[in-house]
Design a protein around this ligand. Structure first.
Ligand code: NAG
Ligand code: NAG
Ligand code: NAG
Ligand code: NAG
Length: 205
């Protein structure tokens, strides 16, 4: 009897370590030139291995009639993250991120994209940076954008407030950049998605 009871307890413990821990994720607020009200979606997947943050568009423009402000867009999001079980914590960016974006551009034009993560109360920050070179017909996809080793930030035990910052800057070396036609994109193609890796872990004892 006791034997089976112990087995049952072991099973419960084992099971919990395999994914019974549920992560609660709530966006507190977001601001920035890249994310007008009502244009983002944000979620964590069921097994807490990825954070997906999508923008309807990152409205960058380059070329005739544009001003400096059009060449750079950003967004900062705050989220409250907690767990259904005590003594867990969350690593952000342990396996870097994947990104999908939209920005048609000519030869000589390039786009620098960056994400930054930090937890409230900590001064450690993880950063991913990459550059896309034109020409680009419409969309780009980057997998495992690797910036540096140890490019990871961990939450306090029990969770915390995660700040995520994204930005994109377009630059050109040609005097007449073109190729971008903001009046005529295919419907549903303009979105940007940042998929950042996560890792749930027991707090150190
Ligand atoms: C967003 O939420 C964070 C965390 O609660 C807070 O520090 C920050 O002031 C808020 N920002 C805005 C613009 O409300
Ligand atoms: C976006 O960038 C502008 C210009 O650098 C900066 O002043 C602003 O604080 C940034 N906003 C966010 C939400 O990151
Ligand atoms: C974050 O979530 C926790 C757990 O639900 C809650 O106790 C705390 O007040 C929340 N913090 C903020 C700033 O919303
Ligand atoms: C990593 O990010 C830092 C900070 O943004 C940047 O200065 C550095 O050039 C990046 N390294 C690589 C290899 O992209």
């Amino acid at each position: 009897m006791l034997f089976f009871h112990s087995i049952a307890i072991l099973f419960v413990l084992f099971h919990k370590s395999l994914g019974e821990v549920r992560t609660s994720f709530k966006i507190l607020n977001y601001t920035g030139s890249g994310c007008p009200e009502g244009t983002i979606s944000s979620s964590i997947n069921l097994d807490t291995t990825a954070l997906a943050q999508s923008f309807d568009r990152f409205p960058l423009y380059l070329g005739p009639g544009t001003i400096i402000r059009d060449h750079y867009k950003n967004c900062t999001l705050y989220a409250n993250i907690s767990f259904s079980e005590p003594n867990w914590q969350l690593y952000v960016n342990p396996r870097s991120m994947d990104v999908r974006g939209y920005f048609p551009m000519d030869v000589g034009t390039s786009l620098r994209v960056q994400s930054k993560y930090d937890w409230a109360g900590s001064n450690k920050m993880a950063t991913n940076t990459f550059t896309v070179q034109g020409p680009l017909r419409d969309t780009f996809i980057r997998y495992h954008v690797d910036n540096a080793t140890d490019n990871v930030v961990v939450s306090p035990c029990g969770g915390g407030i995660l700040r995520t910052r994204y930005d994109a800057a377009a630059t050109t070396t040609t005097s007449h950049p073109g190729g971008f036609d903001p009046d005529d994109p295919e419907p549903g193609i303009e979105f940007w998605t940042f998929l950042t890796s996560l890792q749930l872990s027991r707090c150190p004892t």
